[in-house]
Design a binder for this molecule. Structure first.
Ligand SMILES: Nc1nc2c(c(=O)[nH]1)N[C@H]1C(S)=C(S)[C@@H](COP(=O)(O)O)O[C@H]1N2
Ligand SMILES: [Mo]
Length: 503
């Protein structure tokens, strides 16, 4: 009876690969999250993913796009492991070479990514070593058993298969456990003392107190959307954080977090949204931000006349190019250290991030901020600009209908939602039911031109299917365009239309 069948070898290879990944992930607990083989390879894949595929993933999986990517990588590792087992059985060496190559390859990727150090190589090497040892041991043993022609009548092959299976299961569970241990700590909010806010003015009361289902005027931080290219949340501590200001300046300098906190602070209520937020989508949030004006930092650096943009870099390798004019035109672009009166949560950029009112996040909201380089657009392109997105990203006028839901009964109800045209403000919102006339909605109190505005309109709903359409008019009197445009390359346009069934 042959014990080293093709499938036994395949299962062994798969187990070896997964145990190897597990060893790499565990090692990365000591060498830092950016050295995790899964995250490094994931980040590498994200960087290489063509924009249409990335858009598809975001549209299909939303913020779960990263979990989907990690799943795809895990499946790929399993398949390659299987293959390695079969190769090892046939040749006695090729499977080891394949697994070693995968592990070392992931180490090299980790070591060449932003935020890496030479030790980033270690988890990949460890993964390679463990995977090869497991593969060689298992396949070697089975071969030996096959070689001993009259081996016992017992069933070592089945036992070994079971060991292999257990290895896979333990590997999988271990991986899940490691993720579970490492990740939640990354989303917390380290305790730091913030200077007393300069203004303590409160927001006006929001319409949500009367209209259930309407987006609250201020987004609870735990509900604030998260979009970034970072597979594992960068962990930067306030004590060793530094911001480098360099480029075409007469006075390059570096400041520590304490020095930043000692500078004059401002507090502003600002709406932040993503260029990839589809019409009616969830990637928009509003809160109070506290920080230091970028203009103060720029003035201290003394820029040369040719500077056109500020290229900001985050710890995850992300960069954004913000037009210099926008940072100096009084809109109060800031290096934010707090949102909603609390230190930034890690997922939102702890300890400091950029925030530029009126621009999409990819152009002016770099999280885990590390560097500001004053330069020209020709000299350096930002992360998304290099991938085909617009160089400048002013936020387009948008309106979202929150209520009513899809199913309601005939009678008096309320149509309500939010509208934003950040930095231009919202002067009017109009609503239309089916092909009826545009009706002016009641607006919530204005917070400021950089903040979204709530709106509502009473509606006597009649039975049947209805289409509700909403549009906004910005502070300059410009009506939101109905031309439908996709999110690529500089943000979507078109009206949010909601179809409702009235019973
Ligand atoms: N370091 C870093 N900063 C980043 C990004 C990123 O990928 N990395 N994404 C940007 C994009 S596209 C958006 S929309 C905002 C989202 O900020 P939030 O996650 O705090 O809501 O962050 C911006 N800042
Ligand atoms: Mo974004």
């Amino acid at each position: 009876m042959e014990r080293l069948t093709k499938s036994t070898a395949g299962v062994w290879g798969l187990a070896a690969a997964l145990v190897g990944v597990l060893a790499g992930q565990v090692t990365s607990i000591f060498t830092g999250p950016s050295s995790s083989p899964m995250d490094a390879v994931g980040g590498f894949v994200i960087d290489l993913t063509p924009p249409p595929v990335k858009d598809w993933a975001v549209a299909t999986f939303g913020t779960g796009d990263k979990a989907f990517l990690l799943f795809v990588i895990a499946v790929a590792v399993a398949v390659l492991g299987w293959l390695a087992g079969i190769l090892q059985r046939r040749t006695g060496w090729a499977g080891s070479v394949l697994l070693a190559g995968l592990g070392i390859g992931s180490g090299l990727i980790a070591a060449t990514r932003a935020a890496s150090s030479p030790t980033s190589l270690v988890p990949g090497m460890m993964a390679a070593l463990v995977a090869v040892l497991v593969l060689r041991w298992g396949v070697g043993r089975l071969r030996a058993l096959d070689g001993a022609a009259n081996a016992s009548v017992g069933e070592p092959s089945r036992r070994l298969l079971m060991i292999g299976g257990a290895g896979v299961a333990i590997g999988g569970l271990g991986l899940a456990a490691v993720e579970g241990v490492v990740r939640p700590t990354a989303v917390g909010r380290p305790p730091i003392d913030l200077p007393t806010p300069v203004s303590t003015s409160s927001l006006p009361p929001g319409l949500e107190s009367e209209i259930t289902g309407l987006t609250p005027l201020r987004t609870p931080i735990e509900d604030f959307y998260r979009i970034d290219i970072a597979l594992s949340v960068p962990r930067r501590e306030a004590e060793d954080w530094e911001l480098v200001i360099d480029g075409m300046v007469r006075n390059p300098f570096t400041i520590t977090f304490d020095e930043l906190l000692a500078m004059p602070m401002v507090e502003r209520d600002v709406t932040l949204t993503c260029v990839s937020n589809p019409i009616g989508g969830p990637y928009v949030g509003s809160t109070r931000w506290q920080g230091v004006l970028v203009a103060d930092i720029i003035r201290r650096a003394d820029p040369e006349a040719r500077v056109e943009q500020v290229l900001s870099s985050g710890a995850d390798g992300f960069t954004a190019s913000t037009p210099l004019g926008v940072m100096l035109d009084g809109r109060d672009a800031m290096i934010a250290v707090a949102m909603d009166g609390q230190p930034l949560p890690r997922v939102h950029g702890f300890p400091a991030r950029l925030l530029t009112p009126g621009l999409y996040g990819y152009v002016g909201a770099t999280k885990w901020l590390e560097k500001l380089t004053l330069t020209t657009f020709a000299e350096s392109q930002a992360y998304w600009t290099r991938r085909g997105w617009g160089e400048q990203g002013p936020v387009k006028t948008a309106t979202r209908i929150d209520v009513p839901g899809n199913d309601l009964s005939a009678g008096d109800t309320t149509i309500a939602g939010i509208a934003w045209a950040t930095h231009r403000g919202i002067s009017k919102v109009e609503v239309r039911v089916d092909q009826g006339p545009w009706q002016e909605a009641t607006l919530g109190e204005e917070v400021n031109a950089d903040y979204w505005r709530q709106w509502s309109l009473p509606w006597a709903a009649t039975s049947g299917t209805h289409q509700i359409t909403a549009r906004a008019i910005d502070g300059a009197g410009d009506v939101q365009t109905d031309a439908i445009q996709d999110v690529v390359p500089d943000g979507p346009t078109g009206y949010h239309v909601r179809t409702v069934q009235v019973g």
